[in-house]
Write a protein that binds this ligand. Structure first.
Ligand SMILES: O=C(O)c1ccccc1NCC(=O)[C@H](O)[C@H](O)COP(=O)(O)O
Length: 234
């Protein structure tokens, strides 16, 4: 479904979203996160300023991806904010035209967030996934809501190379990976002590559980092929 040809042995990518401080950014990077999300959608409880996001972005070294998260915001605002905050990737939520996504993808790798209903209905929004540099992230209808998707219902339609979000945390991420074999996983609500404030222990546990395929229930991750796309700029 994506234009990329994922390498079968590429490792799972782990994104920790809703970063609101330099401390949380550095801690998540040290815990082994591949990508940090910075939410610039004004409705979010995890809204971060450009200044803090920029300082955090510059503090995590040359490899960790910094993902600017936007919801139905103007194109100029998205591109300007991503540039000023030194984001390496842009994550797009909302009802957006193909033209809009195409335009953002001219400047940044894009995580295009869609809902299960879009996937199951074969919505027009899926067209942009053919563009180079655009990767699907499947998420719950309410982003940042902490509600898991019905993984079993998605098994037959979840595309190779797609990322998974929605209510993931240390307890359930291994089971989600077993069910759908995503290229990347992303979480926020279940990694916080309060909205916008990371619980560092939960962040460490989440990264560990995703990488090891184990959770506190002792379940093991199967060693089957995992597909991914690796289109982050640093
Ligand atoms: O988290 C938010 O507050 C948010 C608000 C508006 C747009 C996007 C938002 N979050 C985007 C993310 O990438 C979250 O990590 C993703 O939706 C999963 O959230 P959760 O179910 O809480 O783990």
């Amino acid at each position: 479904m994506t234009a990329h040809s994922p390498h079968p042995t590429a490792p799972l990518r782990v994104k920790v979203c809703g970063t609101t401080s330099v401390t949380d950014a550095v801690q998540a990077a040290e815990a082994g996160a591949d990508a940090l999300g910075f939410i610039f959608a004004p409705i979010s409880k995890r809204l971060v300023s450009v200044e803090v996001a920029r300082a955090a972005s510059l503090s995590v070294g040359p490899v960790v991806a910094r993902v600017g998260v936007f919801l139905n915001q103007g194109l100029d605002e998205v591109l300007r904010t991503a540039e000023q905050a030194r984001m390496s990737t842009v994550q797009l939520h909302g009802d957006l035209s193909s033209l809009y996504v195409t335009e953002v993808a001219r400047y940044h790798p894009v995580l295009r967030v869609l809902r299960p209903a879009d996937l199951l209905a074969g919505a027009d929004a899926l067209d942009v996934l053919e563009l180079p540099g655009v990767t699907l992230m499947l998420d719950a209808p309410e982003p940042g809501g902490g509600v898991p998707l019905d993984w079993e219902a998605l098994r037959s339609v979840f595309p190779a190379g797609a990322w998974l979000a929605g209510g993931l945390g240390p307890q359930n991420v291994a089971a989600a990976i077993r069910a759908l074999n995503p290229a990347g996983v992303d979480a926020v609500s279940r990694l916080e002590s309060s909205a916008g404030v990371k619980n560092h222990e939960l962040v460490r546990s989440f990264v560990w559980a995703a990488r090891s395929g184990s959770s506190s229930d002792g379940a093991e991750l199967s060693t089957g092929t995992r597909f991914t796309v690796d289109n982050f700029r640093t």
